[in-house]
Design a protein around this ligand. Structure first.
Ligand code: UFG
Length: 334
């Protein structure tokens, strides 16, 4: 079976390509390298001993996407490509709406024309807004607090409408919680350009002394130690969730939604302490004001994904901390 992976050289996309190749799928990657590097392709090959086909194109470019479908007989699409920085989306909403919506619509239009009906979409727990109850189940009310999150929710609505109108379509929407960690080889991981926005990439840069100190955004949240609680999931577990999703996708028609999380919440300080312990390094931090838009706690009820597609995260917070650091030690530019 041949799978088109958009954004396949990105953090989650690259780990998913490895799992796909290791599970015997043929992989075609489309990525415009806007937030990734071509070296990742070599790393995927090094890990799997297979070289996926690669196209350096923008998914908004319909003619180019059509060519990819004409040259390759694509059976299913996993759509990762998209902008993902929450803060930037607040400053440049049009850029986010244009890119994230346009790329998805383009892809879906081409898929329809080329008779490809299997679609797995990268959504986010951000679509649950500030949940009234925890753990979060898939049927909880949806709302968003920033343009990035709104693009995810708008795409979910588009997919729901499409599934009603086109009975041939098989659509799986995956709502990721907080992916961290890296491939255990140290060849793939997350290395954002500039100052990181997210917690783990920031912790790692403090540990390597590239940044002086972590700012912990608030210690007056309604959580066990006052700092924000999230459901961190190892990126390799998350990648494996896509294989389960794909297996389901090809054996049903309609649309389904699954949380991909562990079901366990850790606070900012839990993560810092575990990171320090497993890596035997110091992560100096200071408590600062809350970051606007952040919520107290967010963690998944992973039950539906387990019952319906057999997905269960296996790696723990220690593995996530160890592998995130290992990746940066192997890849930092001195
Ligand atoms: N945090 C800090 N200091 C930092 C960065 C983060 O204290 O320098 C805290 C935040 O306040 C929060 C926790 O660490 O309590 C996690 O923050 P992240 O920025 O790593 O992750 P978020 O939960 O805010 O957001 C992430 C993704 C979004 C996605 C969301 C889904 O960045 O894309 O999870 O819930 F939408």
């Amino acid at each position: 079976m041949k799978v088109l992976v958009t954004g396949g050289l990105g953090f989650i996309g690259s780990h998913t390509c490895v799992e796909l190749l290791n599970s015997g799928y043929e992989v075609v990657i489309v990525d415009n390298l806007s937030n990734s590097s071509i070296d990742v392709l070599e790393k995927i090959e090094e890990i799997t001993s297979k070289r996926p086909k690669f196209y350096d194109i923008d998914v908004c470019d319909k003619e180019e996407v059509k060519k990819v479908f004409r040259v390759n007989k694509i059976d299913a699409v996993i759509h990762f490509a998209g902008y993902k920085a929450v803060g930037e989306s607040v400053r440049e909403p049009l850029k986010y709406y244009r890119n994230n919506l346009d790329s998805t619509l383009t892809l879906l239009e081409v898929m329809k024309k080329e008779n490809c009906h299997n679609f797995v979409f990268s959504s986010s727990a951000t679509v649950y807004g500030n949940p009234k109850e925890l753990p979060i189940k898939e049927d909880f009310p949806l709302s968003t607090t920033n343009p990035y999150g709104t693009t995810k929710l708008m795409i979910e609505r588009i997919l729901a409408d499409l599934s009603k109108a086109d009975k041939e379509m098989s659509i799986i929407v995956l709502r990721y919680f907080n992916p961290i960690g890296a491939h255990k080889s140290g060849l793939l991981g997350e290395n954002p350009r500039g100052i990181p926005n997210n917690l783990m990439p920031y912790i790692v840069r403090v540990a390597t002394k590239e940044l002086e100190m972590l700012s912990v955004f608030g210690n007056d949240y309604d959580t066990h130690d006052g700092t924000g609680v999230r459901d961190y999931i190892h990126v390799v577990d998350l990648a494996k969730g896509h294989i389960k999703a794909l297996e389901k996708c090809v054996r049903f028609k309609g649309i389904e939604y699954y949380n991909l999380g562990t079901g366990t919440g850790y606070s900012v300080l839990d993560l810092v302490k575990t990171f320090e312990e497993v890596n035997n390094v110091k992560v100096p931090y200071k408590i600062v004001d809350r970051r606007p838009g952040d919520i107290d706690a967010c963690y998944a009820d992973p039950g539906k994904a387990y019952e319906e597609i057999g997905f269960k995260a296996e790696l723990g917070i220690e593995d996530m901390c160890r592998e995130s650091y290992n990746y940066i030690l192997k890849n930092k530019s001195d």
